[in-house]
Design a protein around this ligand. Structure first.
Ligand SMILES: Nc1ncnc2c1ncn2[C@@H]1O[C@H](COP(=O)(O)OP(=O)(O)OP(=O)(O)O)[C@@H](O)[C@H]1O
Ligand SMILES: [Mg+2]
Length: 274
């Protein structure tokens, strides 16, 4: 980080955030405790951690779907109180697209709901579809498109709202390996063009090193927290075979290995006690 960047106020701040859930058996489960994180505008922040550590919980609180039970989350100086178009969420499955609308109409939908005039929303939707590599597919309906294309329509749809931050929870997990690789390349290209700030959740180290400017590793739950942050410093193209790529992979792997073991032991003790 250069001096200019480090002097910028953070776009997003988690301050001592905690979240406990009331489980069905009536016992409270503390998923997150004392979670602190700053994200600077333009960061592509990947959040990585073992299953059940609380990654989706973090994203849900930021999206405004869930409220923290302690602490606060601020975006551009404002405390998050609920959902808003300034946080665009891309879901893992693309079922949220409307099958009766074309690709273009799906991208325009949110703008229409917000009363943006027809000419402006059409122009913005066409531009976003071009950015995600779907120029020429505007008139097709979701069922005529591949899984990867539908996922790109979702991305175009949230980008059309010009969000302050894009939130993605394992968005490519449902795709086959080859399409996932292509989507990672596409998203990297989109980010290089758009420079939108991103919080991207994954449990795939390769994916995080391919995409991120920063990789935050979470501890195993309960009462999960951030274990540490790795800054990704790879110049130019990111290839899995580069020595600098492998070096970052090793660093993240070393941080997460113990947490995955802890998470397995916790699951085993829970099932033994059940
Ligand atoms: N609505 C809920 N009620 C009770 N417990 C919940 C609820 N949502 C999540 N949890 C618990 O909180 C913990 C964190 O869940 P979360 O879904 O955030 O994990 P995750 O890191 O996203 O996992 P995965 O990698 O499997 O998606 C888990 O132990 C989960 O069982
Ligand atoms: Mg999750």
């Amino acid at each position: 980080m250069n001096d200019m960047q480090s002097s910028l106020p953070p776009l997003l701040t988690f301050s001592d955030v905690g979240k406990s859930y009331q489980a069905l058996n009536g016992i409270a489960y503390q998923a997150i405790r004392g979670f602190n994180l700053d994200i600077t505008e333009g960061d592509f922040f990947c959040l990585l951690g073992p299953t059940g550590c609380g990654k989706t919980t973090i994203l849900s609180m930021l999206a405004g779907f869930e409220m923290p039970t302690s602490g606060s989350i601020r975006l551009a100086g404002e405390t998050i109180q609920g959902t808003s178009a300034d946080r665009g969420v891309v879901f893992q499955s693309h079922d949220s697209l409307y099958p009766w609308l074309t690709a273009l109409e799906n991208v325009e939908f949110g703008l229409r709901m917000r009363g943006v005039d027809k000419a402006t929303r059409r122009e913005r939707a066409i531009q976003q579809l071009r950015i995600v590599g779907l120029a020429g597919q505007e008139k097709k309906h979701p069922q005529e498109l591949s899984g990867g294309m539908k996922q790109r329509i979702q991305i175009a749809r949230v980008l059309a709202n010009r969000p302050k931050i894009l939130l993605m929870d394992e968005p490519f997990a449902a795709l086959d390996a080859q399409t996932r690789n292509l989507m990672q390349q596409e998203l990297r290209r989109i980010w290089l063009e758009d420079r939108v700030s991103v919080l991207f959740i994954t449990h795939d180290i390769d994916e995080a090193v391919t995409l991120g400017t920063h990789i935050g590793v979470m501890q195993a739950g309960p009462a999960s927290n951030l274990k540490g942050i790795v800054r990704v410093e790879i110049d130019g193209e990111r290839e899995r075979t580069q020595s600098s790529f492998i070096e970052h992979y090793r660093q993240v792997h070393a941080m997460i290995r113990d947490e995955v073991d802890k998470s397995r032991r916790h699951e085993l003790s829970q099932s033994a006690g059940a």
